[in-house]
Design a protein around this ligand. Sequence first.
Ligand SMILES: O=C(O)CCC(=O)C(=O)O
Ligand SMILES: [Fe+2]
Length: 188
Amino acid sequence: MAREVLGLMAEGLGLEEEDALARLVSRDDSDTMLRVNHYPPHPEREREPEPGRLTGFGEHTDPQIISVLRSNDTSGLEISLRDGTWASVPPDRSSFFVNVGDVLQVLTNGRFRSVRHRVMVSSARPRVSVIFFAGPPPWERLAPLPWLVAEDGGRRRDREFTWREYKASAYRTKLAENRLCYFEAEAH
Ligand SMILES: O=C(O)CCC(=O)C(=O)O
Ligand SMILES: [Fe+2]
């Protein structure tokens, strides 16, 4: 699934090698992970700053290449729009929500953006989500793809790093931080 989506993205980007993205998540040592989140129902509480809504998962971007999410039919997931407002992602048990990770933003030289998202809990029903995170192998050297950099007149948004390096840096920072800023190319 993640591989197919990455194949379509490569095609859409006009990459010469159609498996340029998918191959990164298909190796035996690719860093993939499955996470199951359970948000218990939100009981009525009196002393909340914003009554009726609790943060279930704080705002963040996913660090990997791509994340594929499916949830039960309880809402809560929200994405941050350019103007800073939050848009709800309607729950749909029959479809997948695909999220661009930080590494895909780097590889595409910013054509695809890792969107900030969060989970707010306001429902009387529990939310359950299952997310497949597809990341590259630990020692893979990651940098904007040369084909796209050439299209951008040689301008690289980020410098090269390994996934291991990125993960180590991400673990040192807070969830909500923009972790990619440490990897931006110096000359902008
Ligand atoms: O549980 C959800 O709907 C999203 C959780 C999430 O963003 C994550 O686990 O990275
Ligand atoms: Fe996430």
